[in-house]
Design a protein around this ligand. Structure first.
Ligand code: NAD
Length: 487
């Protein structure tokens, strides 16, 4: 696939300037669908992070003092710039990430919506007055942290880069954004666009390895607020590193091993379609919210599996620009090996591989990183296939007898991000929604994110909520002021 615009050597945004890494290092940007070299991105280091944090700290007083409406207007202008370059950004992401272009277009639309949503909330950053005795007044205000570090993963490159800076910026913070080293192109392009609409230093984009740039950002003493989206292991490393250099506020949006529970009274056609959709096979399963465990009542299990396997086997992988394709590529070689490794583990552990699970070696896709969507049945609840996030197109089907057993299986993992329940019975739906360990539960639905509806996990899936008003507030701290003016 030909990249839409020259991407040969993108540069970082630091203090309003486009820069290479201070030591000149670069990383290759490879197209997962073809293996083509798209260009290079700067491989920043701790000195680049320090420069970016310094630029953000320098820009902070004026950005904070500007007040909510000018900040909202600037974020609106960024939304307009992203919308004006939507096709270019979607094509960059499709090339860099390997997902289908149709999906990446949706990602850009979501990013624009998020920027506008938070800009629209700017005037809601209110404090409160506190009932006080006569001659006294007590009130609270919401103050920004200063410099916010924002680390994002590879699976929605532009969407996360743009959407996740909106709340901290609107709240009056300056941001250092660190995209994934596997998909940095669109974030760097976003930096170029932001340069025209945001004051210098308000947004900085630093690229490079997570263990270098991400680590330096988490450990930087001047970064008092960090927000991380990625895997559990890295999220814990960020929490740890942050704590080593200061008392900081850290929110983490992490992985999931999310259950979809199918009760005997469910509409089976709908449930099967939802299982395919909920696994996000179109993104090769590379989504935190993917419903990667389908837990089916024993009375409908066999019929459900038969229909599910037929549908999944019919999914066709294709290049990102192939509008008829159903699934895209895996983001990089190590992720591909991880997926294939889990398929092997599943077979060794005695689960039945019903379809897929092998690398695609034909259909003109042999140079890319494609895996045929896999469905396993007869999966033991305690097995690695049922316990570990694979972040690939591998669906595990388990069976249950009683409602209590379904809940036990659903909650028997360390994660708790999303869950879905398919039933026609209101009582079952409410009981399960109440008892399942998850931050976001769908009933007779999957995958939907509604703007303004809090998203985030419990247990190892995270700390904090995003995509809602709570996210905006999380980038502020409360200050109480008490005045005695006499009566
Ligand atoms: P990852 O944890 O490997 O990397 C995420 C980011 O952290 C990248 O920018 C990376 O460079 C950086 N990083 C790596 N090591 C670091 C370190 N030591 N210190 C600081 N930063 C470091 O995750 P990934 O493979 O890019 O993304 C997949 C994971 O993200 C999955 O577990 C998925 O479930 C999760 N995810 C969660 C959500 C959510 O909202 N809960 C959304 C999307 C993805």
């Amino acid at each position: 696939m030909t990249p839409p615009i020259p991407v040969a050597a993108r540069r970082m945004l630091i203090g309003g300037e486009l820069r290479d890494a201070l030591d000149g290092s670069t990383l290759d940007a490879l197209a997962p669908a073809t293996g083509a070299l798209l260009g290079t991105v700067p491989a920043g280091g701790p000195a680049d992070v320090d420069a970016a944090v310094g630029a953000a700290a320098a820009a902070y007083p004026a950005w904070r003092a500007a007040g909510p409406l000018p900040r909202a207007a600037a974020v609106e202008a960024l939304a307009a710039a992203v919308a004006g370059h939507a096709e270019e950004l979607a094509r960059l992401d499709a090339a860099d990430n390997g997902r289908l272009l149709t999906e990446m277009r949706r990602d850009v639309t979501s990013a624009v919506a998020a920027l506008r949503y938070f800009a629209g909330l700017a005037l809601q950053l209110r404090g409160e007055t506190v009932p006080s005795p006569g001659g006294e007044l007590t009130w609270t205000t919401r103050i920004p942290f200063g410099v916010v570090g924002r680390i994002v993963p590879f699976n929605h490159p532009l969407m996360f880069a743009a959407a996740k800076i909106a709340a901290p910026l609107v709240a009056g913070n300056c941001v250092v954004l660190k995209p994934s080293e596997h998909t940095s192109l669109s974030a760097l392009r976003l930096g170029e666009l932001a340069r025209d609409v945001l004051p210098a230093g308000v947004l900085n984009v630093v690229t490079g390895l997570g263990t270098t740039v991400g680590d330096a950002l988490a450990a930087h003493p001047a970064v008092r607020r960090l927000a991380f989206t990625g895997s559990v292991a890295t999220g814990r490393a960020v929490q740890r590193r942050a704590a080593e250099t200061g008392v900081k506020t850290v929110t983490v949006e992490l992985g999931g091993k999310n259950p979809l529970l199918v009760f005997p009274d469910a509409d089976l056609d709908e449930a099967v379609a939802a299982a395919v959709r909920g696994m996000n096979f179109t993104w090769q399963g590379q989504s935190c919210g993917s419903l990667s465990r389908v837990v089916v009542h024993e009375s409908v299990h066999d019929e459900f599996v038969e229909r599910l396997v037929a549908r999944v086997a019919a999914l066709r992988p294709g290049l990102p620009e192939d509008t008829g394709a159903d699934t895209g590529a895996i983001v990089n070689r190590s992720q591909l090996e991880k997926v294939l490794g889990h398929v092997r583990i599943g077979v060794e552990d005695g689960a039945r591989l019903r379809t897929g699970g092998e690398r695609v070696g034909d259909e003109g896709l042999a140079d890319g990183l494609f895996v045929r969507p896999a469905v396993f049945t007869d999966v033991e609840a305690g097995s690695r296939l049922a316990q570990e996030e694979i972040f690939g197109p591998v669906l595990a089907v388990l069976r249950f007898g009683t409602e209590a057993e379904a809940i036990e299986i659903a909650n028997g993992v360390s994660y708790g991000l999303t869950a879905s329940v398919f039933t026609r019975d209101l009582g079952t739906a409410h009981r399960v929604a109440e008892q399942v360990d998850a931050g976001y539960v769908w009933i007779n639905e999957v995958s939907r994110h509604l703007p303004g509806a809090p998203y985030g996990g419990v247990k190892d899936s995270g700390v904090g909520r995003e995509e809602d008003f709570e996210e905006l507030l999380s980038y502020t701290q409360t200050k109480t002021v008490h005045v005695r003016f006499g009566s």
